[in-house]
Design a protein around this ligand. Structure first.
Ligand SMILES: Nc1ncnc2c1ncn2[C@@H]1O[C@H](COP(=O)(O)OP(=O)(O)OP(=O)(O)O)[C@@H](O)[C@H]1O
Length: 238
């Protein structure tokens, strides 16, 4: 009976998050527990990136990070962009050498990720020559390559079609015990996550287990809700 109370990995207790002259999320109170998969929803400008950045600052290097702007170097090959996920683990000399002649171990690991992400055959291609969806998958691969327990993703499947988005989310889930992922597919939020955080008008208005929520609850986050994208996913599923 009883046992140790669960300890959150990170918690905010009535904190204001924002920028110099603007509070974006006021009196934010939430906690992230080990093993939770959280979908972060809300209309554009609601503060999803602001919250993810704050989580990232708190969690530091223990979180794999897939940012919205990707932060890829267009002149460098896919392999090198993914390798950068763990740049800090190697000596400066090893990193320099790797630029000229890829190290065998990292090359194998990156190749395995590229296979899983549908990027096989593109490892030597400069990222600047890839499509938007391919770049997004390189950004996901770089975050997966960090091999952390926890994944923070700022719309990592935004420019990817819903069916592939499902596959990529499954890949992320399989490799991370805990995740917070901003996304726009409401149906996916309910079917593939444990918990939903919903932001609207500067507040966390939903913080609930996904099983307790309906699509209509999530529609309420969006001023001009349209579930057609989600319905498209429904129709496409076997
Ligand atoms: N670096 C910044 N400096 C000042 N204000 C910012 C900065 N980044 C974002 N904001 C503002 O903070 C608010 C929330 O932005 P944020 O990027 O967190 O929203 P979001 O929910 O991630 O939006 P989107 O879905 O469009 O990516 C917006 O009003 C935005 O203009």
């Amino acid at each position: 009976m009883g046992g140790e109370p669960r300890r959150p990995l990170v918690a905010f207790e009535a904190e204001d998050l924002g920028y110099d002259n603007q509070v974006v999320l006021s009196r934010l109170a939430l906690a992230l527990y080990p093993g939770e998969r959280v979908a972060l929803l809300g209309p554009s400008g609601a503060g999803k990136s602001t919250l993810l950045e704050a989580l990232r600052r708190r969690l530091g290097d223990s979180a794999a990070w897939c940012p919205q702007q990707h932060g890829l170097v267009p002149q460098l090959a896919v392999y090198h962009n993914i390798y950068m996920g763990r740049l800090a683990e190697h000596s400066a000399l090893a990193n320099l050498w790797n630029l000229v002649r890829p190290l065998a171990g990292p090359w194998r690991q990156v190749a395995e990720l590229c296979d899983a992400l549908g990027l096989a055959g593109l490892m030597r291609r400069p990222v600047g020559q890839l499509s938007g969806g391919q770049r997004q998958r390189v950004a996901i691969a770089r975050a997966l390559y960090q091999q952390q327990e926890l994944f923070l993703g700022d719309e990592p499947v935004a420019s990817i079609d819903p069916h592939q988005a499902l596959r990529l989310l499954a890949l992320i889930e399989a490799r991370h015990a805990t995740a917070v992922i901003a996304l726009h597919y409401r149906e996916l939020a309910l079917s593939h996550f444990d918990r939903v955080w919903g932001l609207r008008d500067g507040q966390l208005v939903i913080d609930a287990p996904a099983r307790d929520l309906t699509l209509a609850d999530l529609d309420g986050l969006y001023p001009d809700a349209d579930s057609s994208a989600d319905e498209a996913i429904d129709r496409g599923q076997p």
